[in-house]
Design a protein around this ligand. Structure first.
Ligand code: ADP
Ligand code: MG
Length: 714
């Protein structure tokens, strides 16, 4: 474990526990805290102006107690101190202007989902402008002529003012005397003004919010008390006060998160013991020999790290990150073979049947040569086959199992499972991963959606991280082009050229969200259409999620053997499919897909020595959202998965990208994993140091992970 760098006076070591007891002490006496904490837990209906009805509306915003409200911080501020006039603005300039509504109307646009609220306004200096709101039709009723309103936004060409934030004057109840007006995350039923009024009542009590951070840490990092930070956040004098307050609160949140993970990990290490899998032996030597290539330096390094983990009795909990095609499977196979080498069993678990079958083909091929016995176990096996596979695992007849989560069902009893590899681990639910952790000693998680290491340490805080950042040499990056729908004919012309040269192709069908059945039908229809149109004369297969496993395997095998030229598919080909002769892919309606998903799809080509192409067909640029444009452009610009993950993070926020929910991370109130990278690093250092310290941090930890109890957070 790395030794954290500690600030000046603080010379701690994780083992000097007694010395830390006082260090972690509360600032206030314990009994006092208890009463005050009870007060913080008081229901919001104890506030003036909150009855059952308002209470219900607040609850819908997730606000129930005094503490909830104290921690419900502004999403932004309006600066009343710097008002300007429309007349003084240049195009593109951002400003806040106080004005009076003259006329208002709702204007539909040519775009289906876009409606504008348009108000003719005059500011206090007498300058006129047209203020524009996007998609807030209900505003038209509020902005009756004569209404005084404060608008913050940007002057667009033609004298229209695009409003980003606004505040109807008078709503704030005297708060305009403050320089900065906090804007709260609100709802139609609870206005930001109402929240301002209520936080005004709550702020005096926010002073009682206990501080979990050890005083020495606060001193070392020059951090204010939690209570002070909250107050400053709600009512900053300068924007900088709010910024620093947020950082303080975000840091604490990240620290707790890390601590939670570290403790969970520690508990596991203390309670679970894994078989020590000696050294590499004859089997591993033969494995290396039959590989048709030599391993890259990064693959070797990964194997070395994993090898060290496996040699010990501490259960391995490692994440192997690497882009699609970076060569993780070879490394994974090493880990399971190491179990076999020492008389145990290994398992490789994939999130879908297609991927499990793909892996099985690879593993079976290699293991056949090594005389290692393998078995495939998925839930779609016929009852008899399923029973036979289970029996082979129980008797030890099968040494390696490949499958889906069917592998960790209760009725499956391995004779001696020592290593499990979980591919695309983020696709498994928390429950499934917990079940795995509970039953299997050494676990290697793999992901082809790599994220920067600092983030990985937070998101997968209880895992060690290994990276394969570079693909094997000789691989040429896929050339990616973004093609507007009108020119899709040219895309197919190019695709046919590849087919005529004996190469193969993928056509990815548009994403249909309704159901797998509808998506499957759409794919069948598109395949049929293409057989008579763009792909006439070629052999076209169709792959989707509704096929029976045997059918799916037959179609994949045919494609692999070159018996079909093109594969029309849904996103089921997103992971795992490995056909080096496939050199071109067309993604239809690419703007509908997520960045990570497109990157995964693209990874299906460029697996051989030939130059490969990925053609992203989308609606015309003008019709796309800025986000969709940035997504597609990013794919054209780079094929670096780590870089794309960062872009995705900027565009979507961590919740969706990282599946933080899935990863078992509680919702973060203050911190943003994307924005607060430096805090993540700092929190990690401190967490390593404080993991043994007992004190108020524990109460906060319990609170943070409270709704995780049912998932068995230790
Ligand atoms: P990942 O699972 O990371 O997406 P794979 O392990 O499937 O990647 O590897 C992609 C392809 O590269 C496979 O066809 C594999 O055989 C090949 N490969 C793996 N390692 C090497 C290497 N060191 N040199 C050459 N080819 C490799
Ligand atoms: Mg793979």
């Amino acid at each position: 474990m790395a030794v954290p760098i500690l600030g000046g006076a603080l010379a701690l070591s994780t083992s000097s526990r007694p010395a830390l007891a006082g260090f972690a002490g509360l600032d206030q006496g314990a009994p006092k805290i208890r009463t005050r904490r009870a007060d913080l837990d008081a229901h919001l209906e104890t506030l003036r102006g909150v009855g059952p009805k308002v209470g219900e509306r607040l609850a819908r915003l997730g606000l129930r107690t005094i503490r909830d409200l104290a921690e419900h911080v502004p999403r932004d501020f309006l600066d009343w101190t710097k008002l300007t006039s429309f007349g003084q603005l240049r195009t593109g300039e951002e400003a806040t202007v106080e004005c009076v509504v003259q006329r208002v109307r709702v204007r539909p646009t040519r775009r289906r989902n876009l409606r504008l609220v348009e108000a003719a306004v005059t500011d206090t200096a007498g300058s006129r402008a047209t203020a524009l709101w996007f998609n807030q039709e209900w505003l038209a009723e509020r902005l009756v002529p004569g209404t005084r309103v404060l608008v913050h936004g940007q002057l667009a060409a033609g004298g229209t003012f695009r409003v980003q934030q606004h505040e109807v004057a008078g709503d704030g109840g005297g708060l305009h005397t403050l320089g900065l007006v906090p804007l709260y995350p609100a709802s139609e039923a609870v206005s930001t003004a109402k929240l301002r009024e209520l936080t005004e009542q709550v702020l005096p009590r926010a002073r009682w919010v206990p501080d979990a951070l050890p005083a020495a840490l606060r001193d070392g990092e020059a951090m204010p008390l939690r209570a002070d930070a909250l107050t400053a956040y709600h009512r900053p004098r300068r924007l900088d006060d709010a910024r620093r307050a947020r950082e303080r609160l975000a840091f604490e949140e990240l620290l707790l998160l890390q601590l939670g993970f570290l403790r969970r990990r520690r508990t596991l290490e203390q309670t679970a013991e894994a078989p020590a899998l000696g050294e590499d032996g004859d089997l591993i030597r033969r494995y290396r020999e039959i590989l048709p290539f030599s391993l890259t330096a990064e693959q070797e390094a990964a194997i070395a790290e994993i090898g060290r983990d496996l040699a010990g009795t501490k259960p391995m909990q490692r994440l192997l990150q690497g882009d699609v095609g970076s060569g993780k499977t070879v490394v994974a196979l090493y880990a399971v073979l190491r179990a076999v080498e020492h008389g145990h069993q290994g398992a490789l678990m994939a999130p879908t049947e297609t991927l499990a079958e793909q892996h099985f083909m690879t593993v079976e091929g290699i293991c056949g040569e090594l005389r290692v016995r393998t078995v495939l176990l998925t839930s779609s096996l016929a009852a008899k086959e399923h029973a036979a596979a289970r029996e082979a695992l129980t008797s030890g007849e099968a040494q390696i199992a490949v499958g889906t989560h069917a592998l960790i069902q209760a009725e499956v009893a391995f004779r001696s499972l020592a290593v499990a590899v979980v591919d695309e681990q983020h696709r498994f639910g928390v429950e499934q991963r917990r079940a795995l952790g509970a039953t299997i000693p050494h676990v290697l998680h793999m992901t082809a959606t790599p994220i920067p290491r600092t983030l990985a340490q937070t998101v997968y805080g209880d895992l060690d991280v290994t990276e394969i950042a570079h693909p094997p040499k000789g691989r040429r990056p896929v050339v990616t082009r973004w093609v507007s729908h009108e020119r899709s004919a040219e895309a197919y012309t190019r695709l046919r050229r590849h087919l005529n040269e004996g190469r193969q192709a993928y056509v990815v069908c548009p994403l249909v969200s309704e159901s797998e059945a509808i998506e499957a039908r759409a794919a069948e229809q598109e395949a049929e259409r293409l057989r008579h149109a763009e792909l006439r004369g070629f052999r076209v297969g169709c792959l989707h999620g509704k096929l029976r496993p045997a059918e799916r395997r037959a179609i994949m095998d045919a494609f692999k053997r070159g018996e079909s030229d093109a594969l029309v598919a849904t996103t089921v080909i997103e992971v795992g499919v490995d056909v080096p002769n496939a050199t071109i892919m067309i993604v239809q309606e690419a703007d509908r897909f997520g960045l990570a998903q497109l990157h995964q799809l693209r990874g299906r080509v460029g697996r051989g020595a030939e130059q490969s192409y990925c053609l992203l067909v989308s609606r015309p640029k003008e019709e796309l959202t800025d986000e969709a444009k940035r997504r597609l452009q990013a794919l054209v610009d780079t094929s670096d998965g780590f870089r794309l993950a960062e872009v995705d993070l900027e565009l979507r926020g961590e919740g969706q990208l990282l599946g933080t929910r899935q990863a078992g991370i509680p919702d973060l109130k203050f911190a943003s994993l994307a924005r607060d990278r430096h805090l993540v690093v700092k929190a990690r250092r401190w967490a390593l140091d404080l993991v043994e310290v007992e004190g108020p941090l524990d109460d906060e930890l319990e609170r943070l992970f409270a709704d995780e109890d049912h998932r068995g957070f230790a």
